[in-house]
Design a protein around this ligand. Structure first.
Ligand code: DX5
Ligand code: ZN
Length: 211
């Protein structure tokens, strides 16, 4: 299983060291929250402008009007931009996915904990290169995993989606095998990894990658 650590729960006093400690991950996941779509604030590109990322980054935009923000994350170097179906609706989501693709960004669509996969139209699944399935309600790190996400993953695969399925929220080493069997390609791991010491992280990342 591929792993994308979220730096939401990193120690921001020594952020470069934190990032270096997860350099063997497949990707680094940036959780962007604006206090509107989710009741929480996180960080924006200025907080990361002096950081050297040793591995590809992806932005998970939990923000209203994601079309106003994606360019600053592309400038930061993000290869994948994922936004929420819940705050665009289907028509705008399709247009925005198309726009991201035209801008040479890997386009991703996220469904939040309460959203059913049937709300993703065939048109959206045909153009999205990543579907991010939340296994919690978006907004905070450290929440408990909801196993209902397994059925969502299976349903998306059953519709023939060939892109990447990523799972986000409450993922740990005990639930990752089930996610793989359900059809997921990559997991976002926040508190389970970032609450561990810097020295332990490379071997934890390897444990995920060996599943
Ligand atoms: C939640 C974020 C997640 C979260 C993951 O809204 O999108 O990426 O920080 O953290 P854990 O793994 O602690 O649930
Ligand atoms: Zn996330």
């Amino acid at each position: 299983m591929k792993i994308a650590p979220s730096i939401l729960d990193a120690n921001w006093q020594s952020l470069q060291g934190e990032i270096n400690s997860i350099a063997t991950a497949d990707r680094i996941h940036l959780d962007i929250m604006d206090g509107h779509y989710v009741p929480n604030l996180s960080f924006g590109p200025p907080a990361l402008k002096d950081i050297n990322f040793p591995v590809e980054t992806e932005a998970h935009l939990m923000v209203d009007n994601p079309e106003n923000f994606f360019e600053m994350f592309q400038t930061l170097g993000c290869k994948t931009i994922t936004f929420h179906l819940e705050n665009t609706g289907s028509d705008k989501a399709f247009e925005f996915l198309k726009h991201l693709k035209e801008k040479n960004i890997k386009p991703g669509i996220c469904i939040d904990g309460n959203t059913q996969p049937e709300e993703l139209t065939d048109e959206i699944l045909a153009i999205a290169e990543q579907v991010l399935v939340m296994s919690v309600k978006a907004g905070f790190g450290g929440q408990s995993f909801t196993p209902e996400c397994m059925d969502k993953i299976k349903a998306i695969r059953a519709r023939g989606f060939k892109g990447e399925i990523e799972v986000d929220g409450g993922v740990n080493i005990d639930n990752v095998s089930g996610l793989k069997e359900a059809g997921a390609d990559i997991v976002v791991v926040g508190s389970f990894l970032m609450k561990k010491s810097v020295e332990e992280r490379t071997s934890i990342i390897k444990n995920f990658q060996q599943i």
